[in-house]
Design a protein around this ligand. Sequence first.
Ligand SMILES: Nc1ncnc2c1ncn2[C@@H]1O[C@H](COP(=O)(O)OP(=O)(O)O)[C@@H](O)[C@H]1O
Ligand SMILES: [Mg+2]
Length: 249
Amino acid sequence: MTDILKVDQVTKTYGKRNEKQYQALKGINFSVAAGEFVAIMGASGSGKTTLLNILSTLDTPTTGHVFINHEDISTLNTKQMADFRSKQIGFIFQDFNLLENLTNRENIALPLTLQGQSARKIKPLIDKIAKRLEISEILDKYPAQLSGGQKQRVAAARALVHQPAILLADEPTGALDSKSARELLDTMEDLNQNDGVTTLMVTHDPFSASFANRIMFIKDGKIGEQVMKDGKTRPEFYHELIERLGTEE
Ligand SMILES: Nc1ncnc2c1ncn2[C@@H]1O[C@H](COP(=O)(O)OP(=O)(O)O)[C@@H](O)[C@H]1O
Ligand SMILES: [Mg+2]
């Protein structure tokens, strides 16, 4: 299978050389194949956001390499990086990160606007992804007029409108009520299974993680073992995760 993402010996140390330093990532290695839905699960402070920010090119590793679609993103300059991000990466954040002074339609258009695409080309793409995420009715409203669940659907539409190589999600249900959280996770699962959206989600939450097909555990900046869903149902997988957490030291 083709690897969409390959992470090779990535470390991240915060703090300048003459300041207090903290190593948040201690040699991370893993790959994600095309069509996978992978979760990385770990407690608060384990390094999940640090890792995802590096994979999404928002931050750079101290050492190591990240390949997306076989391109080593650590070799790109700032402009190439921005260009690469706007074409290949979709990102959903815990706190939505929508621009409040733009309509939802304009928010979703952003990755395409940044690529310099024309309004005439953009409109049908937005209409299509909006229909897929059931937000057609709210496109001309502003983010402030939406519920949390609707905001995250708009953010998901923005993350997917340019058909990125991979969808990266950092605690995407962290700010949602349980009903909206479940709806978003069902949608992410559906996009993965039926539209082939390769997805990597980080979360501290076993319920969210149970929607993935493979889960890697991160602790103190290191990835330990992984578990596969295989033939298990989602609830069975969830119970396996809960039991696992219960037996940790
Ligand atoms: N900008 C930063 N400067 C210094 N330390 C940081 C910075 N960002 C995160 N950290 C530290 O790195 C560790 C991992 O943080 P983070 O990646 O946000 O974890 P998680 O998302 O799993 O909660 C934590 O101990 C955190 O305090
Ligand atoms: Mg985090």
